[in-house]
Ligand binder design. Structure first.
Ligand SMILES: Cc1ncc(COP(=O)(O)O)c(C=O)c1O
Length: 448
């Protein structure tokens, strides 16, 4: 294995911040006081001035193995020198097959074929397209409806936004996809506040799928897509028994069930996939983020054998699925993915997350009673802390907390509106868990 070559952090603050339009960012506020990151190692980010920040969010829920880990860096460097790019339309390179086999081996049951893309959003659109095409190739082309869930986040493609359920992500973009319906959100503060793990209340909300079937008829419904645990809308674990019920209703009506595991994949909930944690096998799993520990963009969809086989009919010279991306299974991403999966296995990081779940949840619940804390949820190595909004604007307290964390407390985390979302790299130690929640407690008091 090649050694990673390291360069010191040399970045300086750019003179002109204007040309870069930052995604999902309040640009004018950011550019007045930019939060710049120049380097990273293991559990920490490093600012251009050399300040070390504890990473409480694994970047964007993705650097599960920690930052700039040597084996991943070395694999990317070696791959860049050997094969920069190879098309995967009608050609391929060996590491694509190797990684597909590794990803499939981590998925439960007969989820055994992998379609690669470059992000979670592309993975979702790919899964939705496969669902529609699957029914079409089997002669059930009337199954065109897609069902998502309120408060769901499935990325930013038109398909993902359409099945998603976050109003601010939807309202600027017209009619999105037609023929989409939504299950209700499983979150209810009155019934679930301060639950550790999966709440007791809410499994019956899966029965709303029966209502949608009665309304639209099963013969028009292609697929249901849900995040087993919604991360981006503030850490919403599934009620006990909810996913099992969704599976049963889908089975009864021939509807495909897609788990969007872009966040829950690769150890976030203590298992390779949440499907394993919950003992529920979907027909497709979308993944991204943790597959390369965020080091190179990559995403994909794992599909069950029966789904893949349905396409493998007809003349052999004909393309079975007219879909793909120039960078599907990019060599750098495949090399990074293989090194990342090796590291997860070598360091037992999924098991580590499972062991840390209790001290993590206890530390999170320790914030109960602080000013403005309305609810705390913790599952796997994630936590969502809802703060009351300020009277003069939703999201202001959250942004203040984020800024204070970055500038004064050397801590980085996500703020989703007024919810602080935490999801550290899985290499976090118990003392770093204490450090992180200690900082968050101080910040919550400071923004009271
Ligand atoms: C469940 C889920 N699906 C899809 C996405 C979109 O992924 P990306 O930002 O890589 O497109 C995300 C991103 O957080 C996600 O949480």
């Amino acid at each position: 294995m090649a050694q990673a070559q390291r360069t010191p952090v040399t970045a300086t603050v750019p003179n002109d911040l204007e040309p870069f339009w930052l995604p999902f960012t309040a640009n004018r506020a950011f550019k007045r006081r930019p939060r710049l990151i120049a380097g990273a190692k293991d559990m920490h980010y490093i600012t251009p001035e050399g300040r070390k920040l504890i990473d409480g969010s694994a970047g964007l829920w993705c650097t599960n193995a920690g930052h700039n880990r040597d084996p991943i860096v070395a694999a990317i460097q070696a791959q860049a020198a050997e094969l920069d790019f190879a098309p995967t339309f009608q050609f391929a390179h060996p590491k694509a097959f190797e990684l597909a086999a590794r990803v499939a081996s981590l998925a439960p049951g007969d989820l055994d074929h992998v379609f690669f893309c470059n992000s979670g959003s592309e993975a979702v659109d790919t899964a939705l397209k496969i669902a529609l095409a699957f029914h079409k190739v089997r002669g059930e082309g009337s199954r065109v409806r897609l069902i998502g869930r309120e408060r769901g986040y499935h990325g930013v493609g038109f398909g993902g936004v359409a099945v998603g359920g976050i109003v601010s992500n939807r309202k600027q973009f017209g009619t999105l996809l037609v023929g989409v319906d939504h299950l209700p959100s499983t979150y209810n503060r009155e019934k679930q506040a301060f639950s550790i793990g999966e709440p007791e209340w809410g499994a019956h909300l899966a029965d709303e799928l029966d209502r949608l079937v009665a309304l639209h008829d099963a013969s028009t419904i292609a697929a249901v897509i849900v995040e087993p645990m919604s991360g981006s809308s503030g850490v919403l674990p599934p009620p006990k028994g909810y996913l099992e019920r969704l599976r049963a209703i889908c089975d009864e009506h021939g509807i495909l069930l897609i788990f969007d595991e872009v966040i829950t994949g690769y150890g976030r909930l203590g298992y390779a996939f949440a499907a394993e944690r919950y003992g529920v096998q979907p027909d497709m799993i979308t993944f991204a983020k943790g597959v390369t520990s965020g080091s190179v963009p990559m995403g994909g969809v794992v599909v069950r054998k029966g789904v893949y086989d349905a396409f493998m009919q007809g003349p052999e010279h004909v393309i079975e699925l007219f879909h793909g991306y120039t960078y599907s299974a990019h060599p750098l991403a495949c090399a990074a993915g293989l090194a990342t999966l090796d590291l997860y296995r070598a360091e037992g990081l999924f098991e580590r997350a499972r062991k840390l779940e209790k001290p993590w949840a206890d530390a999170a619940m320790g914030l109960k009673g602080l000013p403005n804390v309305l609810d705390i949820r913790a599952v796997g190595l994630t936590a969502g802390i809802d703060l009351a909004s300020k009277p003069d604007g939703v999201g202001k307290r959250g942004l203040e907390a984020l800024e204070l964390g970055f500038f004064e407390h050397d801590a980085m985390f996500r703020a989703v509106g007024d919810t602080i979302a935490l999801s550290p790299p899985l290499i976090v130690t118990e003392s770093q868990i204490g450090e992180l929640f200690g900082k968050v407690a101080k910040i919550i008091k400071a923004v009271a």
